[in-house]
Design a protein around this ligand. Structure first.
Ligand code: NAD
Length: 425
């Protein structure tokens, strides 16, 4: 039996279409698991995608109509969960693919969720605070029928943050007329947010890097590390690496990169970075992001944007460990090249799962009305990330596949089994 992904090899090779390339890996994972053909039909697209158009009053008195989406990939395991992206390039296909990635992440981390994702086509950088508040509230009104603490639980994503979550929670509570902190995660602490949520993604990346180094018979102490991207995720990783005793030899932002074989002064760079994660503009001697990725290092952590490691530069990546903190930084062809070269690649669906794991902790704390300390959250996150890493690593050996395919095999397994038990396939 063979399950065919619907995409051309060229599209997969160049990773030009995020939905098609995701479907291709899902198809291969299901095939390795020996799942019936109907399972791919079920899992290749979300069960539900709601498209909404809603008017928002702008500060100048005019009305602008925005388009938004909410995709719910699969709820065989439990309610769906995933962030809300505010970006001008949001498309329906992107939101669908991101909802599938969330399903995979939840499966890897053994969370009682399926994947969801939302998006609004907008550019919050060009909008006032008041306009963004009205936009956030209007979006919740538009999707309120299909979301909820036991249905579909949103969270922040690109260009949305705890303030957006607070407005959305407030709007939802008004609609439902009861207090419902478990409706959304990534909230401010005072509204039921979890300790450790802000650093959770970076913390998860660190745990994966530690595990990967251990498999290589090393520790992070003294390791030469390059982090691409100095935003929410990248800056916390650079700081944690620095504090652990690693030598952070390279960092970058959208405007360029810094590299110093002797190690960069990370505390100084953190002090000088702006709120958009920019710091290299302050330096005369910079190199490009492209050059940075090929510089000598032991661990490379892409933490910026997608498609950074491609078939062009994969043969020249010097690191023998790559931990993907960003979503989709390595193309499928480059994944194969790195695997053939013996590079240990920790794929995004595992590497950055710390964010959704602590989001789950936030929801659990909301449901029980009892809140954990930083230490409690960290202990549980470490246990969960280590178990996730081990599960994927063992699957890679068991099936004789690269870490990305192994992650998808682990990630779809529980969802597929749940769907079978329910009699869906
Ligand atoms: P951010 O906007 O805070 O930071 C992005 C960083 O990347 C900035 O330093 C920016 O200057 C840099 N950058 C932007 N364009 C670039 C380019 N063309 N080349 C090099 N650098 C560039 O974003 P973030 O929250 O840190 O997210 C980074 C990545 O991690 C994204 O792929 C995101 O989807 C992923 N991620 C984030 C979280 C989270 O909790 N924030 C969770 C899971 C995955």
């Amino acid at each position: 039996m063979s399950i065919q992904g619907p995409v051309s090899e060229q599209a997969v090779a160049e990773n030009v279409d995020v939905l098609s390339s995701t479907q291709a890996v899902v198809a291969e994972a299901l095939q390795r698991l020996g799942m019936p053909e109907g399972m791919y039909e079920l899992l290749k697209e979300p069960l539900r995608v709601l498209t909404v158009r809603f008017p928002v009053r702008m500060d100048d008195g005019s009305v602008q109509v925005f388009t938004g989406y909410r995709a719910q990939h699969n709820d065989a395991v439990g309610p769906t969960k995933g962030g809300i992206r505010l970006h001008p390039d949001v498309t329906e296909d992107e939101i669908k693919a991101l909802s599938i990635w969330m399903s995979i992440k939840c499966g890897i981390a053994n969370l009682p969720y399926g994947g969801g994702k939302g998006g609004i086509v907008c550019d919050p950088r060009q909008m006032s605070f008041a306009e963004i508040e009205r936009l956030s509230r209007a979006y919740v009104r538009a999707i309120s029928q299909i979301v909820g603490p036991t249905k579909d639980i949103p969270a922040p994503d690109v260009f949305s943050n705890s303030q957006n979550m607070a407005w959305m929670l407030d709007e939802y509570s008004h609609i439902r007329e009861f207090d419902s902190p478990g409706f959304i995660t990534g909230k401010p602490l005072v509204l039921g947010g979890s300790r450790g949520r802000e650093r959770a993604t970076a913390r998860g990346v660190m745990i994966c890097a530690e595990e990967a180094a251990r498999l290589r018979g090393r520790t992070l102490d003294g390791a030469r590390v390059i982090v691409q991207g100095f935003g929410n995720v990248g800056s916390y990783i650079a700081q944690a690496m620095f504090e652990t005793g690693a030598r952070v030899v390279g960092i970058s932002d959208a405007y360029g990169a810094l590299y110093d074989e002797a190690g960069l002064d990370i505390p100084d760079l953190l002090e000088r970075r702006d709120s958009f994660g920019t710091v290299t503009k302050l330096f005369k001697q910079t190199i490009t992001n492209k050059e940075l990725l090929e510089k000598p290092c032991d661990i490379l952590i892409p933490a910026a944007i997608e498609n950074q490691i491609t078939q062009d530069n994969a043969p020249r990546i010097s690191a023998d460990i790559v931990v993907e903190a960003a979503n989709g930084p390595t193309t499928l062809t480059a994944t194969k090249i790195l695997a053939d070269r013996g590079v240990l690649l920790v794929p995004d669906v595992l590497g950055n799962a710390g964010g959704v794991i602590v989001s789950y902790f936030e929801w659990v704390q909301n449901n029980q009305g009892l809140y954990w300390t930083d230490e409690e959250v960290d202990r549980r996150l470490v246990d969960s990330m280590r178990a996730s890493f081990t599960g994927v690593y063992e699957a890679a050996h068991h099936y004789g596949v690269d870490m990305r395919l192994a992650a998808y095999i682990v990630g779809v397994r529980r969802m597929a089994e749940s769907a079978k038990w329910r009699g869906w396939v």
